[in-house]
Write a protein that binds this ligand. Structure first.
Ligand code: GRF
Length: 208
C-alpha cells in the first residue's frame, strides 16, 4: 500500500505585507526537507502583496485578511486569529507584516509570535526604522528578531545582527544591506526555534 508522507517538521505561519524577499529566504530554506521547519501558510493584510505570489509559486497556501473588510479593528483581529489558527501553527512569524497584531491574535498564540525588525532594538522601533537610524546618524544599525507583545517592537529579543552605516547610504541602499543580514537572521532563527524552542525569562528570551 502506498504511504502518504506527513511532514512532521515544526509548523510556521508567516505573515507578510510587501515584496516578501525575507519570506522567499524562508521558503527556499524550508524547501529542503532536512530543514527543521515548514511553512504551512502565508497570510497577508493586502491582496496585492508580492509575498502571496512567492508563496503560491512554492505551493504554500495563502490567505488575506484586510483591515478595511471589517467594520471594527477587533473584528479584523478575530478574523486574522481564526485564519492563522486554521493552520494549527506551532509558531507565527511576522516577516515584513506592517500591521500591529491585536489582542485576540496575541492571546491565541501567546509566546509563539516572532517578528523581524530592520534596526537594533530597542533603538528605532516603528515603521520607519531605517530612515530614523539614518536621520539620527548612528554608525551601526542592523536587524532584530524578537517575540511580539502588545507594544510596538518591544517584545523580548531573540537574535540580532549588526550592519555598518556608510556615509553615502540612503534609506533604500541601507535597507537593502540590512535585509541581506536579515535574510540569514530569519532563516537561522527559524531553524533554531524549530529545533530547540525558545525560553522566555522575563525580558530575556533565548534558544536553549
Ligand atoms: C524587512 O526589513 C522587515 O524587517 C520590515 O520590512 C522588510 C520586509 O522586506 N518590517 P521584504 O518585503 O521581505 O523584502
Amino acid at each position: 500500500m502506498e504511504q502518504s508522507h506527513v511532514d512532521q517538521r515544526t509548523r510556521f505561519v508567516v505573515l507578510a505585507s510587501g515584496t516578501g524577499t525575507l519570506l522567499q529566504s524562508l521558503l527556499d530554506a524550508t524547501a529542503d526537507p532536512g530543514f527543521p521547519a515548514q511553512i504551512v501558510a502565508v497570510g497577508a493584510d493586502v491582496p496585492d502583496a508580492k509575498a502571496l505570489d512567492r508563496a503560491q509559486k512554492s505551493g504554500v497556501p495563502t490567505f488575506v485578511r484586510m483591515v478595511s473588510e471589517y467594520p471594527l479593528r477587533t473584528d479584523w483581529d478575530s478574523a486574522l486569529t481564526d485564519a492563522i489558527d486554521e493552520w494549527n501553527p506551532d509558531w507565527v512569524f511576522c516577516a515584513g507584516f506592517m500591521r500591529i497584531l491585536g489582542p485576540s491574535t496575541l492571546a491565541r498564540f501567546a509566546g509563539r509570535i516572532i517578528n523581524t525588525h530592520p534596526a537594533l532594538l530597542p533603538a528605532f522601533p516603528g515603521a520607519h526604522a531605517v530612515r530614523d537610524a539614518l536621520a539620527y546618524g548612528v554608525r551601526v544599525t542592523g536587524c532584530t528578531v524578537h517575540l511580539v507583545d502588545e507594544g510596538v517592537d518591544t517584545g523580548p529579543i531573540i537574535a540580532q545582527a549588526p550592519v555598518h552605516v556608510d556615509a553615502s547610504d540612503d534609506e533604500a541602499g541601507l535597507h537593502e544591506r540590512i535585509k541581506m543580514a536579515e535574510r540569514s537572521l530569519v532563516v537561522g532563527t527559524m531553524a533554531a526555534i524549530a529545533s530547540r524552542g525558545c525560553v522566555i525569562d522575563g525580558r530575556r528570551a533565548y534558544i536553549p
